[in-house]
Write a protein that binds this ligand. Structure first.
Ligand SMILES: Nc1ncnc2c1ncn2[C@@H]1O[C@H](COP(=O)(O)OP(=O)(O)O)[C@@H](O)[C@H]1O
Ligand SMILES: O=C(O)[C@H](O)[C@@H](O)[C@H](O)[C@H](O)COP(=O)(O)O
Length: 176
């Protein structure tokens, strides 16, 4: 039962996902690290991705989740997963249901967080298209990101008790 921390750009997926993984001693996967190079180039230029751009990326992420499940590992994955159809691809052929956490926030707050973030390829200009694309999940723990990362992680742990299949706290798992 792995965790998907989802939401638009700037909602805190990477920050909260990393902290959750650290607290639960689980491996952390940032879906951003698995985008195809042309997708990174597009987003860097302020061009939103299409369903087609995301298709192979989502299959790769599903593969990583299946690998982890087969190895008896839970992982924490930070992934935008904006549409229901994307979340279905992530869940495909997994025996256990993913624990989905939706990080929700006011547009002005997200915009200000993106404008303060440095060293990232994603421009704040794409926030509007991210919000337009977003399909709010029905089957998720929905949290407001006005809270601190620590508070958010506490709520996630309370809502979705861990299964206890912890692995190394840092470094690589061999998942490719
Ligand atoms: N709950 C929070 N409270 C305050 N700042 C946050 C919070 N979550 C994330 N941030 C900050 O907001 C920015 C965007 O967070 P990030 O984790 O990169 O979001 P995402 O991965 O969803 O794009 C970062 O600069 C991060 O430090
Ligand atoms: O599906 C997408 O359009 C992307 O995955 C996008 O949602 C994601 O936000 C970028 O990868 C930027 O990364 P950050 O979310 O870290 O800004």
């Amino acid at each position: 039962m792995s965790y998907i921390i989802m939401g638009v750009s700037g909602s805190g997926k990477s920050t909260v996902g990393k902290l959750l993984a650290q607290k639960l001693q689980l491996h952390f996967i940032d879906a951003d690290d698995h985008h195809l190079a042309p997708s990174i180039a597009k987003m860097s230029q302020g061009i939103p991705l299409t369903d087609e751009d995301r298709a192979e990326w989502l299959r790769k992420l599903n593969h990583l989740l299946k690998q982890a499940e087969a190895a008896g590992q839970e992982v924490v994955m930070a992934c935008s997963a904006l549409k229901e159809q994307y979340r279905l691809v992530l869940q495909q052929n997994l025996g256990n249901e993913l624990k989905i956490v939706f990080l929700d926030g006011d547009e002005a707050l997200l915009r200000s967080r993106l404008s303060n973030r440095t060293g990232h390829f994603m421009p704040g200009a794409l926030l509007a298209s991210q919000l337009e694309t977003l399909e709010v999940p029905a089957n998720a723990l929905k949290l407001n990101v006005i809270q601190t990362p620590e508070e958010l992680v506490q709520e996630i742990i309370q809502h979705y008790p861990a299964q206890g299949s912890s692995i190394q706290t840092s470094g690589r798992t061999g998942l490719t």
